[in-house]
Design a protein around this ligand. Structure first.
Ligand code: HPA
Length: 269
């Protein structure tokens, strides 16, 4: 497959900031930005400076990349993602993720805040995504060309990365649930009826991100893992209604466990 010029362009803009080959890329979800504080020799690059990256701000926080060293590994951390619900574009993360192919195709860990449908994964807990359901419909590869667009999605969440994350979680004593993530477009939360449906269809987690990013990443041949921070039980499962401040605050509280898990993951050989 010929290299996409948009990916080359973004990667060469990054080279101007000293970014070279990367050992691991991480996308941080809502409330999880603190993980970037652990990075040594951090170089911050605003998305606004990078061609093809989503522009604008969310909740007053500039979106930026953080490049540096974590546990002796070169990491590229995406502090903030763009969501489908912002402008209706499922491929909004195409260039930010696709350009990883020009930076050595590192493994990609996608994190998110999610609602849980399982009492075994209460708010504050971490869960490994094993598979997803794109009930939402839109696919970021609509309009893509060539046979490469027919991406197989068996083991889309890489079994090797999953095993390594489980091992790391055990090592640092971080309980790690696992389950199927169902993508809802947002930005409104689900109704209790939708949550009951999601459960019936085999979902364990619900959220407004990640799925289009996994499809894009698989299109570009990257190995992907997904981690959810459970911020609330799905609508109707636990009395009150989920809301955004809760998502942000609970995710921030659980981000310590995520930091330990990621550090242990990176320190594995
Ligand atoms: N639903 C969708 N997205 C979410 C939720 C939820 O309950 N919690 C955090 N992100």
């Amino acid at each position: 497959m010929a290299a996409d010029p948009a990916f080359e362009k973004a990667a060469s803009a990054l080279a101007g900031y000293g970014v070279g080959a990367i050992d691991c890329a991480l996308v941080l979800g809502t409330g999880l930005g603190a993980l970037a504080e652990d990075v040594e020799g951090a170089v911050q690059i605003p998305y606004a400076a990078l061609p093809g990256f989503p522009q604008g701000e969310v909740s007053g926080h500039a979106r930026q990349l953080c490049y540096g060293t974590l546990q002796g590994r070169k990491v590229l951390i995406y502090q903030g993602r763009a969501h489908y619900y912002e402008a209706g574009d499922p491929a909004v993360m195409r260039v930010p993720l696709g350009m990883l192919t020009a930076l050595g195709s590192p493994p990609l860990i996608l994190t998110n805040a999610a609602g849980s449908l399982s009492p075994d994964m209460p708010p504050g807990s971490l869960a490994l995504i094993t598979d997803h359901i794109n009930l939402n419909g839109p696919n970021p590869l609509v309009g893509d060309q060539g046979d490469g667009r027919f991406v197989p999605m068996v083991d889309a969440y890489d079994p090797g990365l999953r095993a390594k994350l489980k091992q790391a979680a055990q090592k640092v004593d971080v309980p790690l649930g696992e389950g199927v993530y169902m993508w809802f477009s947002g930005p409104s939360f689900e109704t209790p009826a939708e949550i009951r449906m999601a459960k019936l269809l085999g979902a364990d987690l619900v959220g407004m991100s990640t799925v289009p990013e996994v499809i894009l990443a698989r299109r570009y041949g990257l190995s992907v893992a997904g981690l959810s921070i459970v911020t609330n039980m799905g609508a109707g499962l636990h009395g009150g209604a989920p809301h955004h401040t809760e998502t942000r605050d609970v995710a921030a509280l659980a981000s310590g466990a995520l930091r330990r898990l990621v550090a242990a993951f990176l320190s594995e050989p």
